[in-house]
Design a protein around this ligand. Sequence first.
Ligand SMILES: [Zn+2]
Length: 167
Amino acid sequence: MPAYKDQKSGKWKCTFYYTDWTGKKVKKLKRGFATKKEAEDWERHFKLEKAKSLDMTFGDFYRCYEADIRPQIRENTWMSKAHIIEKKIPVLTNVDEAVKTAHVENINKKYKKKETAATSVENVDGELVCPKCGSALVLRTAKKGANAGNQFYGCSGYPKCRYIQNM
Ligand SMILES: [Zn+2]
């Protein structure tokens, strides 16, 4: 892990190669450290982070898994594994960036709609019940802020649950 001093600026830099998950060697260069130790610490930290990050898609992971495991087991066993993975979860094994982005957007949209649409329901005793946690709602009065003096329903589970509903 060599660190070098830049003669012009007097700063230290580190340059090294690391292997990404595809097995490709990638060159990394980072300048501007005040000391040699800082440059070396940064390199060590970078390599540690890289080692635990899983920046691959499920499809990539599946192909790595196949390359690793397929030669070790009977072809029939592999075929049934592959069948399960490819047929039951094709969305995860064959997906491009555009599909992934659209999927994530859909989930976000659905989730946000749900959150704003959620409203209290009455239980058998006619009490209002929090849609988030199921505790009873209680009538409260806002003490501060723009709504001070206004009444609203707040969850009796507060502060664990912060659900509120305007009247
Ligand atoms: Zn609640």
